[in-house]
Design a protein around this ligand. Sequence first.
Ligand code: AAT
Length: 282
Amino acid sequence: IHKGWFSEICPMWEGIAVSLKVDKLLYSKKSRFQQIDLYQTRSHGRMLVLDGIIQLTERDEFSYQEMMAHLPLFSHPNPENVLIIGGGDGGVLREINRHDDVCVIDFCEIDEEVINVSKRFLPSMACGFDDPRVTVHIKDGAAFVRDHPGCYDVIIVDSSDPVGPGEVLFENQFYQDLKRALKPAGLIATQGESFFLHPDWVEKLIGIARSLFPIYAYANIIVPTYTGGHIGVCMGSLGPKLVAPARTVPQVLQSQLKYYSSGVHRAAFVLPYFAEKILKGE
Ligand code: AAT
């Protein structure tokens, strides 16, 4: 904090930082896994910060949460069993809960404190934990998928960056276990970082997806408060194609959304030329 401004200064993006004017620190505590800070910002509502890294602001969280949930769910013709790893704020869960065809939602977050803080300070996100379809597992996502072979139609990995507890979620072994945890025509979607800031990480993730899945793809999401202004989703599928939705969005659901639509689904997979080359492994 410098003169009332929070800056996301981090060696992962040396020399560049997103800054927000903050009015108040509402919560600050170290959990077993990470430092958790919750701010009231001047212009972006409340903001959740883990180990100094912005996870979301109330003003623009909808773009990331909607896309992380609806890209994979609308790529699948009939998603009934869904696993979400990470995402302790509950925003992606809120979006999954909007799908009536989903019957089982396993939610695996390593840090219970993130869930508790979100229930207390971010009620518009942490609103879906009481849905009867949801079972919360407080566990390392890597260990959880190892123990659940053949269980899911869709797995969503809403993870923090590859420093701290999220590190294991960027390893080849984890992706192999994700694949094993899928049903025969299942698919995965994982937080895919930024092709502007980290073309090397994106290349690694896409390379893993390409080597394991017959169908893989990479989508882009605009998120003004993530450094770089955008973030990717890396996807792998054992059956359904990914770059176009398998189903239309029911009107009632569409009216609840701000970012996702069938058109945005298709457009998100159209990448800048340099990123398309990374995707193709050129
Ligand atoms: N919904 C947008 C916010 C996130 S949250 C990332 C979550 O992943 C955190 O709650 C963190 O506790 C959890 N997490 C980290 N490691 C693990 C693990 N091994 N198993 C399960 N959960 C884990 C994403 C922000 C993206 C930021 C981009 N710069």
